[in-house]
Ligand binder design. Structure first.
Ligand SMILES: NC(=O)c1ccc[n+]([C@@H]2O[C@H](COP(=O)([O-])OP(=O)(O)OC[C@H]3O[C@@H](n4cnc5c(N)ncnc54)[C@H](OP(=O)(O)O)[C@@H]3O)[C@@H](O)[C@H]2O)c1
Length: 240
């Protein structure tokens, strides 16, 4: 089979399995693109968003999307929201600037970990975590330390398959204004593409990498995809 035919075939095989999926963080920059792409590719028989607020969609393509609105401070009261999903994508996150150090830890570690625990208990087989370049549980930087810690603690849950994505700076047209990130994005935009891709990646590429990875069978229990792997797997014409 020609290499370029592999991906469509994998997608087709995946569709035939009628899997269900949940997305945490579907209102965010990455989660929103992920949801759109999942619907465009018709990869799953059921799509559920789990979030702190109900999202409004006007397009026809979104009409069968289910939504579970939960209070992340009381996730044990929402066990049923996490039941019966084959695959889960976690794109939750906040920043220290926005939520303070304590708030950041609460969202990026505690909410993520508790959600993963409930998903595992609810039958999820493949958990996908959007983490960050530099994640390292022994880092001196809080953000990287928390990302590393949550990666490791989710691994302990022993999903059948666990995929961790560690992108560099996410390139997107962010709705919320984050001056530091805006400057970085402008800076990367001014660099030759081959340099910039070492330090950044578009959310579209991240999303394609997540989905191209999800549709390919894997015998690995844990997969760690760094920024380069994300670029390779997320190329529009990726032949895997
Ligand atoms: N920005 C970067 O350059 C970069 C680089 C590498 C990795 N990452 C990581 O990639 C992930 C996704 O980033 P992103 O920029 O796509 O995210 P984003 O646009 O900031 O969206 C974050 C999502 O998390 C939800 N969320 C935030 N605080 C919450 C809270 N207190 N309770 C419940 N839900 C909450 C948001 O819901 P609401 O819409 O309701 O607020 C939203 O759905 C994050 O983990 C981030 O750390 C980012």
């Amino acid at each position: 089979m020609d290499k370029t035919e592999v991906l469509p075939k994998l997608r087709e095989d995946f569709r035939m399995q009628n899997k269900s999926v949940f997305i945490l963080g579907a209102s965010g920059e990455t989660g929103r693109v992920l949801l759109k792409e999942i619907l465009e590719q018709s990869l799953f028989s059921k799509v559920t968003l789990i979030g702190r607020r109900k999202l409004t969609f006007h397009e026809e393509a979104y009409k069968n999307v289910s939504q579970e609105v939960v209070d992340f401070e009381k996730l044990d009261d929402y066990v049923s929201a996490f039941q019966g999903h084959d695959v889960g994508f976690c794109c939750l996150g906040t920043t220290r600037n926005k939520a303070g150090a304590e708030g950041f830890v609460r969202v990026d570690r505690d909410y993520v970990l508790k959600s993963a625990e409930l998903a595992k208990a609810g039958g999820c087989k493949h958990f996908n975590l959007l983490s960050s370049v530099g994640a390292d549980k022994s880092s001196n930087f809080l953000c990287l330390q928390i990302k590393g810690e949550v990666e490791a603690r989710v691994e302990e849950l022993k999903f059948d398959r666990y995929s961790v994505f560690r992108p560099a700076v996410l390139l997107c047209d962010r709705q919320e204004f984050r001056p530091g990130e805006w400057l970085l994005i402008k800076f990367f935009g001014s660099l030759p593409k081959s340099w910039a891709s070492g330090y950044s990646v578009s959310v579209e590429t991240v999303v394609r990498a997540m989905l191209n990875n999800a549709v390919r069978p894997s015998s690995e229990k844990m997969e760690l995809l760094d920024n380069t792997a994300i670029h390779n797997l997320g190329k529009a014409d990726s032949s895997l």
